[in-house]
Design a protein around this ligand. Structure first.
Ligand SMILES: Cc1cc2nc3c(=O)[nH]c(=O)nc-3n(C[C@H](O)[C@H](O)[C@H](O)COP(=O)(O)OP(=O)(O)OC[C@H]3O[C@@H](n4cnc5c(N)ncnc54)[C@H](O)[C@@H]3O)c2cc1C
Length: 564
């Protein structure tokens, strides 16, 4: 039996980030990953070796924004381990059926210039709107980059500019109430309050719906900030694909003596006297963690699949049922399409420019179009009669992803996990079959071809992954790539449940990280870093708290001095 200080279940990017911090602090770490490759929902794979050799596909995440709101890349010096971010600019292109289009640049001023071609009023409002959300983001990032219940950590993250933005957006009762009202509102309501033009509201609604809900969903007004992040800190992609971020983390973990064992499906957490002491993988092999076990998979999967109910009941008699019934996963996930192309897309009806191909390309004809795309999923219906799509041509920014002159197209089509009326049939009883996923993909491709008519004749090969297959690959309940829904009642102190919200569990030595913990899903590394901080505080409470307090004080003092 092999023994390490810490065993991490799953080598998603958050597990790897967490491992990196622990290794840097001197702990020995083993990551156990069920797939043949590490990275989880952050891999780049040459997955069509026969029909499209040399084409590298981002099987899940592509656009990185949240990670630039935190210190992970700098603190872990990931450039030294091979990571290079390529900034996207323009950041968004959204063609419209009436010939208008939205082209979002990193520069707010340039973007306003694009909007002013159609609506000077909306251009002026867009500047105000973006500035408001940028201040909110700046004011809130200290909370994203700290465990939700750690006041010292949160305080330490506030520098002068963040305090200024906090005061200017939340510094009076009315401003705070207005912010709360925005949070309780829906992205659609907020967009209608600010703007007139559909060509502008539709792409903003499309981006807001990345939270995994329709734009009309109340309590998720926070989705309205998604475009602002593309102005600052901006959007970027690792050269070589999202998998290059994972590769840099793997290089770092290995260089610090960490181990990553792939094809190791953890099936049990070993509990001894209320303490997590290790894990057992399929096949029976056991691995011991002297200081504990950290889970990169969410609390539902960890507790309900890997622990005995009697052990859970012994530490918290209410927890099992709360995990089973209180955590919410709606029915929406993704049908993923990856295409190898002979030539890039051409948006001939919209005065094609190659610049359109650099950032995300959105098919969102109206806010109602986006609404239908997400509302139908919740009802178990496939919204494929008029598909709304988030896609990208990653090889336009990074030619290393395809053979010379060729391209890859990444298409995200939101679809239900369980199709209504097909319960018990298809893969995992979801109703999804080989035939059906290809029929749906054909309709998605037809829709894109309305805007880029050269698409169909340029496809060399394709890979279509149904929601059920995605769920199988990630291991996530209902294919939820955020592990659990990103709704307000499951955020911050409530993620995944109040009693589990600070990365700790009622079992000594058992910790949670990953998308199912604060601040949630997407490529950020924040849950991994925050969890590592909590783990270290648990090991040496006095020493770590003093270190954190010292760092917090130094950071505040230096920021005040810089601002003078
Ligand atoms: C199609 C798609 C597109 C996306 N696009 C974006 C995007 O553009 N930008 C963005 O920011 N985010 C995007 N996301 C979301 C983002 O990829 C995820 O939220 C994020 O990668 C989650 O990281 P994680 O490390 O927390 O969890 P995961 O990546 O889910 O990692 C968990 C790991 O645990 C492993 N595992 C599971 N069960 C076991 C077990 N029993 N034993 C051992 N290992 C196990 C899994 O294989 C996986 O490697 C996208 C997601 C999808 C699916």
């Amino acid at each position: 039996m092999q023994t390490y200080d810490v065993i991490i279940i799953g080598a998603g990017h958050n597990g790897l980030v967490c491992a990196a911090y622990l290794l840097k602090a001197g702990y020995s770490v083993l990551l156990l990953e069920k797939r043949p490759v590490p990275g989880g929902a952050a891999t780049t794979e040459e997955c069509l070796p026969e029909t499209a050799p040399g084409f590298k596909f981002n099987l899940c995440a592509i656009d990185h924004e949240f990670i630039h709101l935190g210190p992970v890349v700098q603190e872990l010096e990931l450039e030294k381990y091979g990571l290079e971010y390529l900034p996207c600019d323009p950041v968004v292109f959204c063609p419209h059926p009436d010939g208008k289009y939205f082209l979002g640049h990193k520069s707010l001023e340039k973007t306003c210039g694009e909007i002013a071609r159609y609506s000077p009023r909306d251009a002026a409002k867009y500047a105000e709107y973006t500035e408001y959300w940028l201040k909110i983001i700046n004011a809130l990032t200290p909370m994203f980059n700290a465990p939700p219940k750690s006041i010292i950590d949160i305080a330490g993250n506030y520098n002068f500019s963040k305090i200024k933005d906090l005061v200017s957006t939340l510094g009076s009762v009315n401003k705070t109430m207005d912010f709360v009202r925005n949070m309780l509102s829906s992205a659609e309501d907020i967009l209608n309050e600010w703007f007139d033009s559909e060509f502008l509201k539709a792409p903003l609604a499309r981006l807001a719906a990345e939270m995994g809900v329709p734009p009309s969903q109340k309590n998720l007004g926070i989705g309205a900030m998604m475009m602002a992040m593309r102005h600052n800190p901006g959007m970027a992609r690792p050269r070589g694909g999202t998998g290059a971020l994972v590769q840099a983390l793997v290089n770092l973990v290995k260089s610090k003596g960490g181990d990553i064992f792939t094809d190791k499906h953890v099936e049990k957490v070993l509990i001894d006297n209320g303490k997590a002491v290790g894990v057992r993988v399929q096949g029976g092999q056991e691995y011991r963690g002297r200081c504990g076990v950290i889970s990169n998979i969410d609390a539902q999967r960890l507790f309900l699949q890997m622990l005995d109910k009697t052990d859970v009941d012994a530490v918290d008699p209410a927890l099992w049922e709360r995990l089973e019934r209180r955590i919410v996963n709606n029915n929406e996930t993704i049908l993923k399409i990856d295409l190898a192309l002979d030539e890039p897309l051409r948006f001939v009806h919209h005065q094609h420019q190659d610049a359109y191909l650099i950032g995300s390309i959105l098919i969102a004809d109206s806010v109602a179009h986006v609404e239908e795309a997400h509302a139908k999923c919740m009802m178990g219906e496939i919204p494929d009669s008029n598909p709304s799509v988030y896609m990208a041509l990653p090889s336009a920014l990074d030619p290393s992803l395809a053979p010379p002159g060729k391209h890859t197209l990444w298409i995200e089509f939101f679809a239900p996990y369980q199709i209504k009326g097909t319960e018990g049939t298809g893969l995992k009883g979801t109703g999804w079959t080989e035939n059906l996923k290809h029929q749906v993909a054909d309709k998605v491709i037809d829709k894109i071809a309305e805007y880029a008519p050269n698409l169909k004749n340029t496809i060399i090969a394709r890979r279509v992954e149904s929601p059920a297959e995605l769920g199988e690959r990630l291991g996530a309940y209902k294919g939820n790539y955020y592990h659990i829904d990103m709704t307000l009642e499951q955020m911050v102190f409530f993620r995944p449940l109040p009693e589990l919200a600070n990365y700790k569990t009622p079992f000594e030595g058992l910790f949670l990280t990953g998308a199912g913990t604060h601040p949630g899903g997407s490529i950020s590394g924040m849950p991994g870093r925050n969890c590592a901080r909590v783990f270290l505080q648990t090991q040496q409470p006095m020493a770590q708290s003093l270190k954190d307090a010292r760092e917090a004080l130094l950071s505040m003092v230096s920021s005040v001095l810089k601002s003078r």
